[in-house]
Every structure is written in structure tokens, then in C-alpha cells.
Design a protein around this ligand. Structure first.
Ligand code: AMP
Length: 634
């Protein structure tokens, strides 16, 4: 008989007990109509959670707290870029969300309509997301670091009625104008929204297009007394779409439901984060990423906590800034990424000792592998548990971590821990499709269906791609592939060993090498290009590009190469955004390929990381790697 967490986990996935388990979690949420059907998996791999239930996500995040905590801080917006700090109580947040909802309604936004949000880390972005949830509209947040081509492809896919944006963001004191990128995206896109709503921070001048572009402050002033009731939606109605990179150039719109997501996040707060109403959560991610959706906005608010929205770097004005916020706001829970810790590690640890951190219970880190030295360094400095958690945009909440709220367990540095309740995680032999049951065997991390509440329902507008991409990659089995390699030790702790596909992870940001390649191929002088992820001590991985020119004489000398490299980088910046810019562009005369013409990315990556490229017998031209080796001094 299992006990503690093992029993809890078993109950959550066993078809005999699963419904009762999730019925219990369901009580953490306010329903307009309580569901009677818990899990319908009659049409695998599609699952319907709480199918006949009705609710509203914004009500659960905001309105229901008015009774007990109207004057408690809900949103604390801090910007070290504009040196502003503003606290919104639940009452204030309720009012602002209604203003935003009224403005969106004035553009005709209603249940099921899409609203694209392309914004920096400002309170208005949170109002916009919650206002969509209030109206039953589907928000599609696009990370502010993406540029026009990325934005245009998402506009064409989601077809938003309205786009909410701002004049500019700011990073490290450098203003980044958003409006020109948005205008360019709207030129490129086939779909045109009815209206663009703009927050004006006074950071960059904006050209407003009459009839289409509107200023938030002007319209807000007209709806100050607005009362916009929450629109009841079905549990299975989509709450949002969030695009993520895959192996093709076309990003995938991860579609999330409403009821399952609300329950999953509500349950994660006591079980994973040991969090309670009235405490303060600081997630340092960005609203453009899944971690930001779930743990800057929805989960802390659903739990009745205060959440910190932070615009700025972790080291500006100095490396003590985050810890000064912990002291000032008595932050209890912190959630960040290993890259941020590696950035801090370059600075004097004294910055962490300067402040009273006694309120802090633990630090959770996610988004990329957490290496042991980094975990040890921050653990020594903070003296609180450092908890790795592994998940994906697709899942919306952790697949693996330690559920210390269920049963306290020791962290093993280098491992995100054990499969979380709800997730029936398996390691699979990629060639045979067989499950690897013995410890210490490397396999593909897969999840047996049904995926738990909160995970993706499908790819927006493309059920077939959803099934094909995620559920049919393992031979002979209908099982969800994470596309990560993993290994499990004798105690059930997992270790993540990198991606099985061509997705790379730069500073916790997931990028598709295909997208970067397509962008570089748009350069008229480039004949062919390959992009691979190369190990980087700060960012985990960095993108490195190998380009073949149409005319090699254009990069014959070092000066020409430097110029062309800068040109290619600028092109990627302008099309995809600086986040996707390769760290190096190297010019070669040929790319290593198999005799059937398949690019040997793994071999390129190995050489770039000064490793043995392995078996090259299928390579068409055995000398194709020699030039790469020479360029990289391997
Ligand atoms: P994203 O969808 O952008 O969150 O990226 C998800 C991918 O990031 C996963 O498939 C992993 O490759 C990687 N990842 C996320 N969290 C972790 C973690 N804690 N340890 C190792 N890799 C991680």
C-alpha cells in the first residue's frame, strides 16, 4: 500500500479513482454550474475536463476575493525601467479590469473572440488578459521581444478582433518601441483587426492611424463607472492561445480550456507551492511565456495572493534589486529561471545578504535544466529550498517537481524530481516504443493520456496537427511526447537530458531552429543555412548559424564576414526579435548532409561544442565538417 505522495499520485491517474480525485480539487474553484462529468476520455487523445461545468476565470481570479480581501494587495507592478511602483488592491484590480472589459466591449469583443496582446510588463497587460477572461474572449499574448514577422504570423493564425499594445517597452534602460513593429506586422498580415488599443507610457512617439488606433487613457476615461459582469463560459471553452515554437517554421497555437486550467492552477498552489491567500508571489518570468500566464497572473490571483509584476533586469540598478523587493513586500514565494540565477552568480553574493529575506519560503526554478553548481550557489546564498520544476507551454503547469505541499521531499540538484499528480509519465524507447521500466535507462519522456486538467486541448484550428505532432511520434503507441530525453533513478527522480527535436532553449526561451533558418534564408545573399543550439555557460544554449552564400567572394575576407554577420543578425532582430538572434553566424562553403540530403544538425552541434560528431558514415561529403572544425578551432 502506497502512502503520502505516491498514494496521492496514484489516485490522480488511476481510472478507477481519477474522477473522485479531481472532483475534490474542483472544490477549490467557484462554479456557476458545478460539473457532474469529471473526465471524458472517450475520444482519445482529446480529453474534456469538467465538461458540463460552467464558470468564469476572471471571477475566480478577482471577483470572488472581494468579499474577504478587497483591500489586500492583488497586483504590485514594479518597473526599475521607469522607476515606478504601484499597488492595486483586489478592489482596484476589479475596477481596472472592468474598465478594460468595457473598452473591449465597445469594440464589439464578445465570448469566443480573440484579442491579441503585445505588451511590455505593465499593469495594463494584466488588465487586458483578465478583461478577456471576464468577457469569455480568448487572449493571445505575444512576447514583447518578438518582432514583426513573428507577430504577423500569430495575427494571421489567431485572427484577433482587437490588438492591445503599447508605445514601448524598456530593457536595461533602452527603450524598445512596439508600435512601429506592430504597424509593420499589420502590413504583413492578411488579417486586419478592427481596432488597436494602445497604452501610452510616454516612452516613444506613436503614429496613430485614424479609425483603427485608440488610446487606452482616452477610452478608459469614458467608462470609469462601468460594471461589466463576468460572462459564464463552459469549462471546455478556450481561455487562451499561446504560441510556441516547434520543428517547423509555423508556430503552434497551444489552446487551453477554462475549467481544467482553473482547477489545475488552483490545486497547484497548496500541493506544489504550499501557498496561501494573503501571501506574496514573485514570478520573474514575462507575461509572454506560459510561466507568466500561470504564475504571474492566474494562479496567485486564484489563490488570493498578491502577485508582483516586474519590468526590468535582475541586476539593475544592482544585483540586489529582487532581494530588496523580497524584503519590502515580504515575498513568500519566488519563481524564476536558472539563467537569471547564472546572471546573478556573476555578481557579489553580498547583494543577497543585504536584505531581510526571512519571509521567503522557497525558490522555484523552471524553463531549462538547472545545473548543480547554479542550484548550490543560490541555495547557499538564500538558505531556502531550491525547487526545480519541469514543464512546457503545452502543459501550463509543472509535469515534474516535488509536491512539498502533499509530502515534503528532499531536492536532488540536477533533477526536477518526480512526476506530479495527474501526469502518468513514462520513459519510452524511441525506436521500439517500449516502456523503459528499469531505473537509469535513457528514453523519451512521454505522458500517457488523458493529459491532466490545465494542459493543452489542441492546436488552435488544427486538431490533426495536434494528434500528429504530439501523439504519433512514438511507434505503435498513442502517447504524448514531450520531445525531451529523460532518465529516472532508483528513487523515482527524473533527469532531463535535452530535446529530441530541433527546438532549442536560449535563456529559458524556447526557439525553433527552423524559424531562425527561415528568417536568415530571407537574406538575398544567403543560399542555405543551418541553425543549431550550442551549450552556453550563461544562457544554457545559444543559437549558432552556419550559412552558405550564393557568392562566396562576398565573404572572402574577415571584414566582409563581420559585416555580413552583422547584417544577418539585424535581419533576425527585425523579423523575429533580438531573442532569436544567433550568437554567431559562420560562413561555410557546404553544410554537412546525408546522401539523401538530410542536414546533419547533430554533427554540426557536436563540432560546435567541441565534441565527437559520432558516426558519419551516412554523410555525403566526409570533408564537409572539416571547414566547420577549422572555423571553430575544434
Ligand atoms: P517552454 O514550452 O518554452 O516552457 O519550453 C519547454 C521545454 O523547456 C521543455 O520541453 C524542456 O526542454 C525545457 N525545460 C523546461 N523546464 C525544464 C527543467 N526544469 N529542466 C530541464 N528542462 C526544462
Amino acid at each position: 500500500m502506497k502512502s503520502g505522495f505516491a498514494e496521492f499520485h496514484q489516485r490522480s491517474i488511476d481510472p478507477q479513482t481519477r474522477d473522485a480525485f479531481w472532483q475534490q480539487q474542483m472544490s477549490l474553484v467557484d462554479w456557476v454550474k458545478e460539473p457532474e462529468k469529471i473526465c471524458d476520455y472517450s475520444n482519445p487523445p482529446f480529453v474534456q475536463w469538467f465538461e458540463d461545468g460552467c464558470l468564469n476565470l476572471c471571477h475566480n481570479a478577482v471577483d470572488r476575493h472581494l468579499k474577504d480581501r478587497a483591500d489586500q494587495p492583488a497586483l504590485i507592478a514594479v518597473s526599475t525601467e521607469t522607476n515606478t511602483e504601484k499597488t492595486y488592491t483586489y478592489r482596484d484590480l476589479h475596477a481596472e479590469v472592468q474598465h478594460m472589459a468595457a473598452v473591449l466591449q465597445s469594440f464589439g469583443v464578445e465570448k469566443g473572440d480573440r484579442v491579441q496582446i503585445y505588451m511590455p510588463m505593465i499593469a495594463e497587460a494584466v488588465f487586458a488578459m483578465l478583461a478577456c477572461a471576464r468577457l469569455g474572449a480568448i487572449h493571445c499574448v505575444v512576447f514583447g521581444g518578438f518582432a514583426s514577422v513573428s507577430l504577423a504570423s500569430r495575427i494571421d493564425d489567431a485572427k484577433p478582433k482587437v490588438i492591445v499594445s503599447a508605445d514601448a517597452g524598456s530593457r536595461g534602460g533602452r527603450v524598445m518601441a512596439y508600435k512601429p513593429l506592430l504597424d509593420e506586422a499589420l502590413q504583413l498580415s492578411t488579417h486586419k483587426p478592427q481596432a488597436v488599443l494602445l497604452a501610452n507610457r510616454g516612452l516613444a512617439a506613436m503614429d496613430l492611424r485614424a479609425g483603427r488606433d485608440h488610446l487606452w487613457t482616452d477610452l478608459r476615461a469614458k467608462v470609469m463607472d462601468a460594471q461589466v459582469p463576468c460572462v459564464t463560459v463552459k469549462s471546455t471553452d478556450p481561455s487562451y492561445i499561446l504560441y510556441t515554437s516547434g520543428t517547423t517554421g509555423k508556430p503552434k497555437g497551444v489552446q487551453r480550456d477554462t475549467g481544467g486550467y482553473t482547477v489545475a492552477l488552483a490545486a497547484s498552489m497548496p500541493h506544489i507551492f504550499n501557498a496561501k491567500a494573503g501571501q506574496t508571489f514573485f514570478c520573474t518570468s514575462d507575461i509572454g511565456w506560459v510561466v507568466g500566464h500561470s504564475y504571474i497572473i492566474y494562479a496567485p490571483l486564484i489563490a488570493g495572493m498578491a502577485t508582483i509584476l516586474y519590468e526590468g533586469l535582475p541586476i539593475r540598478p544592482d544585483a540586489g534589486i529582487w532581494w530588496s523587493l523580497v524584503e519590502k513586500y515580504r515575498i513568500t514565494h519566488m519563481f524564476s529561471a536558472p539563467t537569471a540565477v547564472r546572471v546573478l552568480k556573476k555578481h557579489d553574493p553580498a547583494f543577497l545578504c543585504k536584505y531581510d529575506l526571512s519571509s521567503l519560503q522557497a525558490l522555484w526554478l523552471a524553463g531549462e535544466p538547472l545545473d548543480e553548481p547554479t542550484a548550490q550557489w543560490i541555495s547557499d546564498a538564500l538558505r531556502v529550498p531550491i525547487i526545480d520544476n519541469y514543464w512546457q507551454t503545452e502543459t501550463g503547469w509543472p509535469i515534474m517537481t516535488l509536491c512539498n505541499g502533499v509530502e515534503p521531499q528532499a531536492s536532488k540538484f540536477g533533477s526536477p524530481g518526480k512526476a506530479v499528480y495527474g501526469y502518468n509519465v513514462k520513459l519510452i524507447d524511441d525506436k521500439t516504443g517500449e516502456e523503459l521500466r528499469e531505473p537509469n535507462q535513457k528514453g523519451v519522456l512521454a505522458i500517457e493520456g488523458p493529459l491532466p486538467p490545465g494542459c493543452m486541448q489542441t492546436i488552435w484550428g488544427d486538431d490533426e496537427r495536434f494528434v500528429k505532432t504530439y501523439w504519433q511520434s512514438i511507434p505503435g503507441k498513442l502517447i504524448y511526447s514531450t520531445f525531451d530525453w529523460g532518465i529516472r533513478d532508483e528513487q523515482g527522480y527524473h533527469f532531463i537530458l535535452g530535446r529530441t527535436d530541433d527546438v532549442i532553449n536560449v535563456a529559458g526561451h524556447r526557439l525553433g531552429t527552423r524559424e531562425i533558418e527561415e528568417s536568415i534564408s530571407a537574406h538575398p545573399e544567403v543560399a542555405e543555412v543551418a541553425v543549431v543550439g550550442v551549450a552556453d555557460s550563461l544562457k544554457g544554449q545559444a543559437a549558432m548559424a552556419f550559412a552558405v552564400m550564393r557568392d562566396a567572394s562576398k565573404v572572402a575576407d574577415a571584414q566582409q564576414q563581420v559585416q555580413m554577420e552583422a547584417e544577418v543578425m539585424r535581419l533576425v532582430d527585425s523579423q523575429l526579435g533580438a531573442v532569436a538572434r544567433p550568437s554567431r553566424v559562420l560562413f561555410v562553403t557546404a553544410l554537412p548532409k546525408t546522401r539523401s540530403g538530410k542536414l546533419l544538425r547533430r554533427a554540426l552541434q557536436a563540432v560546435a561544442e567541441h565534441r565527437d560528431p559520432g558516426d558519419l558514415t551516412t554523410m555525403e561529403d566526409p570533408n564537409a565538417l572539416a571547414q566547420v572544425k577549422e572555423l571553430l578551432g575544434s
